[in-house]
Design a protein around this ligand. Sequence first.
Ligand code: AMP
Length: 296
Amino acid sequence: MLVDRSRLHIALQRSGRLSDLSRDLLRESGLRIEAGKNSLSARAANFPADLMFVRDDDIPTFVSDGACELGIVGQNVLEEFALGSNERGFDVLAELGFGQCSLRIAAPERLPYEGVQSLSGQRIATSYPRLLRRFLDERKVDAEVVQMKGAVELAPRLEIAPYICDLVSTGATLEANGLRPVETVLNSQAVLIRTRKPLDEEREAIAGQLLSRIDGVLATKESKYIMLNASEEALERITSLLPGAEAPTILPLHGRPGHFAVHAVCQESVFWETLQKLKGAGASAILVVPIEKMML
Ligand code: AMP
């Protein structure tokens, strides 16, 4: 297939933890994607963008080289790549709020651990040798880094290394292998990246459109529309309690002089505690509704 330079190319993880969530984000941004699990690429039917389903550790290279203009990848993969290259060929545009995990050093339950110096002179198995080496160097710990491509949790049992450094999400895999986390090397989530290679005018405009839709999707995830009634003297206190709301709309209530309706978009989570505080400050008829789409 020849590369169609009139379309945007977005690199996504083919299979793995970020794969479905990355596709979901693009679908929520309005792209109709008709591709099976085994496809290597897909055309958005209603937007000038092609999706490339690749290995996650290829995504930083494809975006840095400009083969794909955008990519969705875990910070763990991105930072490991960046430590191994002289020049940064990408910019991080947004943290996407999914794929959260931590790169952690874990020790066998049976070994005592008294801080990072316990790692001195020890072997640590990992698929993230550069991130681990940076962590150790920053703390002046002289340990041997043993690189493995996968199944790192097996290293202690196979006597390859007593310690490991691997991604942890729920911690269930560590526990199942008799290991416990002792240090955090990196906290990670999925990010949207963009090539630093300049785009022609047409694709710059397409990228701009997609990015503003993605910004809108991310904003609506946390945002809520809140409506309530209040008397004039309570207005100031009530508006100061609205989380992340700028310039709420205040409308007079028909037939109730001195009473107003307050409408606001809250760009932070609205918890039950917030509603209780609003009620305590004199608000009544409080409604919190989800926002389906938002363009900032
Ligand atoms: P868990 O048992 O939930 O802590 O998951 C740990 C296993 O899942 C390890 O084998 C990790 O390599 C892998 N893992 C956890 N989170 C991620 C992630 N965000 N991306 C890729 N692999 C992950």
